[in-house]
Each structure stands twice: as C-alpha cells, then as structure tokens.
Design a protein around this ligand. Structure first.
Ligand code: PLP
Length: 399
C-alpha cells in the first residue's frame, strides 16, 4: 500500500494546487448562459498577460499543446511551404514530424540533444533566403526533453536584421508562465502552450496566442482544417463563447490558477522558478553529475535533465524512485532513454519540494549503483536556498 503523498517531479502534468482542484468541483452550467462569456473573457485577458501580449488573440482549444501546434500550422501556412527549424530533443523532433506530416517542407538543422536553437545558423539561412521561401521559423523555447532554453529574442533579431518576413512560431509549452516569455517584445506570431505545465491545471486545454500578422496569414492560408479553424473561434475573442462545447470545469481550474499567478505576480513566479532551478542544478553539480544542457547559460528553469554515470541505467533510478519512495521523475525520452532522468521543477512548487526531489534522487541513484554521497546534493541546494532568500530576484537571474 502506498502511504503519504505521491510526489510528482515530472515536467508535466505538474502539481495541481488544492485550490485549483477544488475550483473545478462545480456543477455543470449553461455554457450559453449570460455569465459564461464574461467569465471566459476574463480568463483570456489574464492569459494575454501571461504571454505578455496586448495585441495577440488568445484561443483555447479543448485538446493539448500538440493540438495547438496543429492549429498554428494548419491555419497560417500552405501545403509545400518551407519552414526552418532545429531538432535538438524529443519535442522539437515531434514538431518537425508533425510539420512534415501536414505537408510542409522542413528545413531541418540537426543538433546534439543538449544544444539550443542555433541563432547564428538561423541568421545565416534567413539571410541566404533572398526569395523569401522560408515562410515560418519554429523555435522550441524550452526543450523539455533535454532541459534547454533557447533565445527567442535572438531569432527575432535574426529575422529583423535581414528584413525577413517569415512568421515566428514558438513552442512555449514548458516555458510560458514559468520562464520569461515576451510575445510582443519578441515579435512572436504564434505561441503555443498547454494547461498542464506552468499553468498548473490538468491537461485538456491547448492555448494559442496569435499575432495580428498571423491572423492575417490565416485569412489566406489554404491548408485543410476544420475543428481548429481560427475563424470559428473569432467569437471566442469577441464574446467569450466557444463555437463548440467548452470544458467548463477546466476553465474554472484555469481561473483559480490565474488568480494564483496574479496574486504572486508573474515576475515573482519567474524569479521563483529561477531560484528553485538553480538549487536543483547546484545539487546535481555536487553529485558530480552532468546535466544534458551543453552550457549553464542555456539550462532550463523548468526542468533539469540529468545524465547518469556510465554503468548506471537511468530507468532504474526512475523505477526505484517510484516503487520505493513514491516519487515520480521524468524519463529520458527516445535516444536519451536509460541515459537521463529528469526533475521537473515548474508550476506549484517550493524549496521544500525541490529538496525532496534531490533527496529521493540521491537514494535512487545510490541504489541504482551511482557513486553519489548521501546529502551532498541536498546540502548544496540548501546552501543556495537559504542564501537565496535574501537575494533580489533580478540579481539571482543575472548570476
Ligand atoms: C509537453 C510538451 C509538449 C506536448 O504538449 P501536450 O500538451 O502533451 O500535447 C510540446 N512541447 C513541449 C516543449 C512540451 O514540454
């Protein structure tokens, strides 16, 4: 029998706060009733603040982040269009596969799993594209498989420097609401997220922010689409009423989650993620282990992918954590299976929880055969957290 809490350190779905869970326990209501539209409009307005946009339109699709990817592509692009993207982890791989399946021509830059979006190489290819054949650039802001954050602002600059007109698509599923993301400042045209990561809700909503330029492209887009048609969701932005049956319970959860983000303040939420992530990374360094990210400057504040030592199978670490200690870590995906385990540190989280993750990971690592000293990672994180209390968030981010 399992006793106590099952501690969840996968990078999504993340822990759903008690108030969010309770907010969803409401009777069914009239989705065309007089109050429902205003209730939804308020959610959309708050989501725009999370994306840091005033000009984009937010669309909510019953579905998940992957569905929102599909909506972004099928509404704005045409069959055979060329798109530029990098493949450097499982999520960018899946996104490229979807683009190919939907009939796009993907100009793919293959990188090590652990690298970030290659801004300079993107700049070179965009500058060389004199005929403007590249119609969109795809950036996986936070590659959840490897724990790597990419420089979206840098890609925007690369586009601007050569006056390139391509749309900028960003997968923000594991960054929006937990890592600094600036839709308007970075000129992002389509940003995608889901309800179950930084937004602290159960899975079930794909969230898309669409720039005016992308909305204009959608008017001309000739790709086949039906359920995801942007135009059918125009009434959502105007009135708050969905074209189809909305998942009302999830929306009540989203309302409560956004209330929490508003109460904490988005900047404080981001600083908290930076502080917690740094503690986890210091713990990993104290074990003498490497993270998957090629450089500290691109290490993610929402997930840390940890390479296990030679001779240790990361699947054992995950299994032991789960079976003996009721704790879930993220697995190594695809080619990283067995080599990596991941600690997700996003959403509703604090120092104590991160210390639990490190402490259980130490036991699981030792039991799986790694030469890790008990308490070493925990102590390193404790030292950081205890000091971090008195440090201003802005300085933490810069350090
Ligand atoms: C989780 C995740 C996805 C997939 O989202 P679903 O909601 O599972 O469809 C896509 N991209 C990234 C970066 C993710 O972390």
């Amino acid at each position: 029998m399992r006793t106590g809490t099952n501690t969840l350190f996968i990078p999504g779905p993340t822990n759903v706060p008690e108030v969010v869970r309770r907010a969803m326990n409401v009777p069914m209501e009239d989705q065309r009733g007089p109050e429902f539209g205003g209730f939804v409009l308020d959610i959309l307005a708050d989501l725009k603040r999370v994306f840091r946009t005033e000009t984009a339109r937010v669309i909510l699709y019953p579905g998940s982040g992957t569905g929102a990817w599909e909506a972004a592509i099928t509404n704005t692009l045409n069959p055979g269009d060329k798109v530029l993207m990098a493949r450097h982890g499982q999520f960018s791989t899946l996104w490229a596969e979807m683009a190919t399946r939907l009939g796009l021509e993907v100009e793919l830059i293959d990188l090590a799993w652990g690298a970030a979006t290659p801004v300079n190489e993107f700049a070179r290819r965009l500058a060389a594209d004199r005929k403007g054949q590249i119609k969109a650039v795809f950036v996986t802001h936070n590659e959840t498989a490897t724990g790597v954050t990419s420089d979206v602002a840098g890609v925007r600059k690369a586009l601007d420097d050569c006056f390139h007109d391509a749309l900028l698509f960003v997968d923000g599923v594991s960054s929006v609401g937990s890592i600094d993301f600036r839709m308007d400042d970075w000129g992002v045209d389509l940003a995608v997220t889901g309800s179950q990561k930084g937004l602290m809700c159960p899975a079930g909503l794909g969230v898309l922010a669409v720039s005016p330029k992308a909305l204009a492209a959608a008017e001309k887009g000739r790709m086949k689409r039906a359920y995801f048609e942007f135009r059918d969701f125009a009434m959502l932005a105007d009135t708050g009423y969905f074209p189809y049956t909305p998942p009302a319970q999830l929306l009540h959860g989203m309302r409560a989650a956004l209330d929490r983000i508003n109460a904490e303040g988005l900047d404080t939420v981001l600083a908290r993620h930076a502080r917690l992530a740094e503690g986890v990374r210091r713990g990993v360094a104290a074990w003498g282990l490497q993270i998957c990210a090629e450089h500290a400057s691109i290490a993610s504040n929402t997930v840390t992918a940890i390479r296990v030592p030679e001779g240790v199978d990361a699947r054992d670490v995950i299994r032991i954590g789960y079976e003996r200690y009721n704790t879930s870590f993220g697995s190594g995906l695809a080619r990283l299976a067995g080599k990596v385990f991941r600690i997700g540190h996003l959403g509703d989280l604090n120092e104590a929880m991160c210390l639990t993750a490190l402490s259980v990971a130490e036991m699981a690592l030792v039991e799986a055969g790694a030469a890790v000293e008990f308490g070493s990672g925990v102590a390193a994180a404790q030292a950081w957290y205890a000091q971090g209390r008195s440090v201003q968030p802005a300085r933490i981010a810069a350090e």
